[in-house]
Design a binder for this molecule. Structure first.
Ligand SMILES: NC(=O)c1ccc[n+]([C@@H]2O[C@H](COP(=O)([O-])OP(=O)(O)OC[C@H]3O[C@@H](n4cnc5c(N)ncnc54)[C@H](O)[C@@H]3O)[C@@H](O)[C@H]2O)c1
Length: 329
């Protein structure tokens, strides 16, 4: 990137977005953040603002309101992380989730067309739906349940984002990269929107029951956000990766019931581990996947991606950040 050129980060006051902002600033870059603070918080950007106040700009508002007014001449690349995130939110507020994910991504891609800059679109492992192959590889079929099951609308809204992004690249309107995040965890993540690890850590710290949904035998892979974010500019900066989809995560599987025990032991907590049926935690007929694991061959080949931060380190740092109410750089 030339001097004075700017990284645009939508959702930069959120969990993953704020770590990306830190990473881009650490690398000497300039950043403009657009965030409506619906689930994000300015506290997530405090460290960035203190570290490089002259290289970071914060614009509060919805992506679709701010971007049409934004001067695109200095923007070098865009990272679109703003979204209505998580299965809990989609079950509680399906219209907001679907509209935000589709409408705001369309606004980002319209901006990308105007600015003609490489644009990364954050997607999710949810896009695979209830596909049964393990691990999930980028070219695998996606399998959804019926439209009467609200849960799949999150996956479908993100799949539409992917189609739109890939079509922009294919039609030569703007180079795009799609990244499917698997469970991403670490400091600044809040349990408020149903994310499993911060929910468990918060409960363990407060001595409340750690609530495991289902029988706890479902397994997931957890990647620390500080391992994940450096991959984003690396993927976007190489034209070989444009027009492609990448899984981003870690391949080690952990059963959710075991995760509850690991958190409890790590934090020396007295909390009871309690099992809650899906129908009670979410809605009647809620369907969950037994295993969700990324195939990482593609991203390893593209950028030598190898996560290093252990789950124990993540739990410790997440617990410290939740206790401090905010986290240090
Ligand atoms: N955290 C994970 O494990 C995970 C897994 C899969 C996918 N993702 C994807 O990664 C991205 C970031 O997720 P996160 O975990 O950091 O969530 P987050 O909720 O912390 O971040 C989203 C940010 O976007 C902002 N936002 C939402 N709607 C907006 C709008 N219309 N205009 C402007 N700002 C808006 C929110 O205020 C928030 O700061 C999302 O696209 C999400 O789908 C995350």
């Amino acid at each position: 990137m030339a001097d004075g050129e700017i990284n645009l980060v939508t959702g930069g006051a959120g969990f993953i977005g704020s770590h990306l902002v830190d990473h881009l600033l650490d690398a000497g870059g300039r950043v403009t953040v657009v965030d409506d603070l619906s689930t994000g918080s300015l506290a997530n950007l405090e460290a960035a603002m203190a570290f490089a106040p002259d290289r970071v700009e914060f614009l509060e508002g919805r992506v679709s309101d701010v971007l049409p007014e934004l001067d695109h001449s200095k923007i070098a690349r865009t990272f679109h992380l703003a979204a209505a995130v998580g299965v809990r939110l989609v079950v509680d507020e399906p219209i907001r989730t679907i509209e935000t994910n589709v409408h705001e991504t369309s606004a980002v891609l319209e901006f990308a067309r105007r600015a003609k800059v490489p644009t990364l679109i954050a997607s999710t492992s949810e896009v695979y739906g209830k596909g049964t192959r393990t691990p999930f590889a980028e070219e695998d079929d996606v399998v959804y349940g019926p439209t009467t099951t609200t849960r799949w609308s999150y996956a479908c809204s993100k799949a539409i984002d992917e189609y739109l992004a890939l079509a922009h690249d294919r039609e030569g309107l703007a180079p795009t990269v799609v990244v499917r995040f698997f469970n991403t965890v670490g400091p600044r993540q809040s349990g408020e929107y149903g994310m499993v690890l911060p929910r468990f850590v918060e409960a363990a710290l407060e001595g409340r029951p750690i609530e495991v949904h289902g029988d706890g035998r479902q397994s997931r892979c957890f990647c620390d956000v500080r391992d994940a974010v450096p991959a984003l500019p690396r993927l976007l900066s190489d034209a070989e990766n444009h027009g492609r989809v990448f899984n981003l995560g870690r391949a080690d599987l952990v059963e959710i019931g075991d995760l509850a025990q690991i958190v409890k032991a790590r934090l020396s907590s007295e909390s009871e581990v309690r099992f809650i049926p899906y129908a009670e935690a979410f809605e009647e007929g809620f369907e969950d996947l037994r295993v969700r694991q990324p195939d990482l061959d593609r991203i390893r080949n593209a950028i030598d991606f190898e996560p290093k931060i252990t789950l124990a380190m993540t739990i410790d740092d997440l617990a410290s950040s939740l206790q401090a109410g905010k986290v240090d750089r």
